[in-house]
Design a protein around this ligand. Structure first.
Ligand code: MLT
Length: 264
């Protein structure tokens, strides 16, 4: 683990290989990608990190924005001297990936989006974030996490992958409330990157859990249709946390996409 600007950053694989930067979702940490890193690290230089306020990255004041999270990403890329990595983001990680691409897509050679969307929160969504913050303040972080995390997983994973589910939930339950509230504020205040989708020029892969309750596959299919030449895959037997719920499928599709990309 390396600390970059207070962020816990993890590197696997050889620096001479194509870099791939993985950005996890909320309220999880970099370990969400452990199956993909194990599968890809012999052929790719895999970089992942804990978003500010989550996992091992300190919460600080908790005054976050997606813009600030994007600054964090660019700082990590500068510090590690990453040359045109492929960016792979899930959900909140996807919001950051899309904004980073919008700010400077020339710095990237490919984009993989999982269980995410380009639109900003509508009023109902913003009120849900406010409610989440209130719940953390009044009832504590554990109550909020225990209500939020089960919705992230599909029923199949919760029944058939109990160890994975419980380990992931346990890690989230240990989150710093300041960090979690900061992420909720950042997501509520994010910009809409929909108009940018048609301007994406790099190869793109869009993947969505077929059982995703938070961002349904139709939404992601619609997003894929707006990104020129993008590939779309629906991940069977998975809810919102596809890399953990169906790692074999995600590994195969992602590895295929990355291998085609480095041949170009
Ligand atoms: C995530 O998985 O990052 C979050 O569920 C995204 C969100 O709440 O919008």
């Amino acid at each position: 683990m390396k600390l970059i600007n207070g962020l816990a950053v993890f590197e696997d694989g050889h620096k001479n290989n194509k870099p791939v930067v993985f950005i996890h979702g909320f309220p999880f940490d970099h370990t969400m990608w452990h199956n993909q890193i194990d599968f890809l690290k012999n052929d790719f230089y895999c970089v992942t990190y804990d978003l500010r306020g989550l996992g091992q990255s300190k919460a600080g004041q908790g005054q976050y924005t997606i813009e600030g999270f994007t600054d964090d990403l660019f700082e990590i890329m500068d510090e590690l001297k990453l040359s045109r990595p492929v960016l792979c983001g899930l959900s909140m990680g996807g919001y950051i990936a899309l904004r980073a691409m919008e700010r400077n897509q020339e710095r990237f050679s490919g984009l993989a989006l999982m269980d995410t969307k380009a639109s900003a929160d509508d009023n109902e969504g913003k009120l849900k974030r406010a409610d989440g913050i209130k719940k953390i303040n009044l009832q504590g972080i554990k109550n909020f996490i225990a209500g939020f995390v089960p919705n992230c997983f599909g029923d199949i994973a919760m029944q058939e992958m109990k160890d994975m589910y419980e380990t992931t939930l346990d890690k989230s339950l240990k989150s710093d409330p300041v960090g979690v509230k900061g992420c909720l504020l950042a997501m509520a205040g994010r910009t809409d990157t929909e108009p940018f989708l048609e301007k994406i020029e790099v190869p793109a892969l869009v993947m969505c859990g077929s059982l995703d309750k938070l961002i349904p596959p139709e939404v992601m299919r619609g997003m894929a249709e707006k990104i020129k030449g993008s590939e779309f895959a629906s991940v069977p037997r998975a809810g919102h946390i596809t890399p953990l719920e169906n790692p074999e499928f995600v590994n195969d599709v992602l590895a295929g996409f990355l291998r085609r990309l480095i041949k170009k």
